[in-house]
Ligand binder design. Structure first.
Ligand SMILES: Cc1ncc(COP(=O)(O)O)c(C=O)c1O
Length: 392
């Protein structure tokens, strides 16, 4: 078949989607001898044992061979509603909860329920790379609104307001943020809620890292405020909270009519979330929570070490101390850092340390690199010893 005909057979929309820089770096890392990774947002520790055991028991008891209801197991949606009331101050009912295949499918379902082709979605940026492509995949238009780097990557409310047009339908953000580590404060989130009410927009908030906040930062769920609740879709996941990236369970809270619409999209994408993983998530949410605090303390210790090591390289990098998540977004001051992709590729092949080029996180991400610190503690020094030797 000739090449032109082959390309005509493909969707223009998907063909235009850039390859993820994270996957590009992972592919490159396969040819590097013993690389150290500061690039995956995937915790290195395993899922806690009581969660694994609950999943094994569900399989043994023959509970996992069929579909669950599309919206999720009733007992899991009930447990999630209790968790949302307890930890997020969202007075949730089970009919306002949809269990999804990770937060990622929840966001796709949310966007599918809210936008039509050509609608604009505002993204406070640098933003999680997949959010951009999810909007594009649904034929929406991502509109990047730069955050204020010098203020810890706070959202720029005036700039968001100025970016609203007649086509704007939604604002999509993550807090705590991947890639910057910013935690949007209550006042800023309320200002975003006000903007949504004024212009009849939906705010889709990816709260994947809700439990990982440091120092005096507080995670605030905008849907906890009655006047904003009907304008907000909140997306959560067990992936990060309980180190369960492979189980693929997330969940969404929204108005019940929106959940009904999202479930139609979810039905097209997945029918239901994996049933064995729903049982594992039930054990995670209902079980002891000390593992979550253990993880948080590990990330805090790791963050502090990364910051110490970066302080010693202040000629080459400046950074905003992350208040949450396990990501940070240093600015590359080194003259070669203008092209973050080339810089990170060289760091990988020459220093054998993998980071993620900032250009993957929206146009404002250039001249930065994303570092994740969910790695083993010792890997931080291994990585920075190599980076230091490479730069000096
Ligand atoms: C901000 C953010 N949202 C969503 C996801 C994906 O979550 P899940 O594994 O629940 O699909 C990630 C993963 O890195 C993330 O960083």
């Amino acid at each position: 078949m000739n090449i032109q005909r082959e390309s005509e057979l493909r969707s223009k929309r998907i063909t235009a989607m850039p390859r993820s820089v994270i996957h590009m770096m992972s592919a490159l890392a396969r040819d590097v001898d013993d690389p150290v990774s500061l690039s995956w947002a995937k915790p290195v520790h395993g899922t806690p044992e009581h969660i694994n055991a609950a999943a094994a028991k569900a399989v043994k008891d023959g509970l996992c061979s069929g579909y669950s209801p599309g919206m999720g197991l009733p007992e899991l949606r009930e447990a999630i509603a209790v968790k949302l009331r307890r930890d997020n101050s969202i007075p949730a009912r089970p009919d306002e909860v949809l269990v999804t295949v990770g937060a990622i499918e929840g966001i796709t379902a949310a966007l599918a329920a809210v936008i039509d082709p050509g609608d604009e979605v505002l993204l406070p940026s640098p933003n999680y790379s997949t959010h951009t492509e999810q909007v594009r995949m649904l034929s929406g238009k991502p509109v990047f609104v730069p955050c204020i780097e010098e203020e810890g990557f706070r959202p720029d409310i005036a700039a968001l307001r100025a970016a609203v047009t007649r086509s704007t339908k939604a604002i999509l953000l993550s807090t705590p943020s991947n890639p910057t580590g910013a935690v949007f404060n209550e006042a800023d989130l309320r200002a975003i809620g006000d903007l949504a009410l004024e212009h009849n927009l939906t705010v889709i908030i990816d709260e994947a890292y809700e439990y990982f906040v440091f120092d005096d930062a507080v995670h605030f769920s905008l849907a906890s405020v009655p006047e904003y609740r009907s304008s907000v879709i909140s997306v959560f996941t067990v992936t990060k909270t309980y180190a369960m990236t492979g189980w693929r369970i997330g969940y969404v809270h929204a108005r019940s009519d929106l959940v009904f619409e999202m479930n139609k999209a979810h039905n097209c994408m997945a029918i239901c979330a994996p049933v064995v993983s729903q049982y594992a998530s039930l054990a995670a949410i209902n079980g002891p929570q000390d593992c979550v605090e253990d993880f948080r303390l590990k990330y805090l210790r790791n963050r502090d070490r990364v910051c110490e090591r970066l302080d010693a390289l202040s000629e080459h990098f400046s950074y905003q101390r992350p208040a949450g998540s396990y990501c940070m977004f240093p600015r590359i001051l080194h003259p070669d850092g203008k092209n973050s992709l080339e810089f990170c590729k060289r760091m990988l092949t020459e220093a054998r340390v993998s980071t993620t080029p900032g250009v993957g996180f929206g146009p404002g991400g250039e001249e930065h690199m994303r570092i994740t610190f969910c790695c083993a503690y010792e890997d931080i020094d291994r990585a920075f010893d190599r980076i230091e030797a490479w730069l000096t």
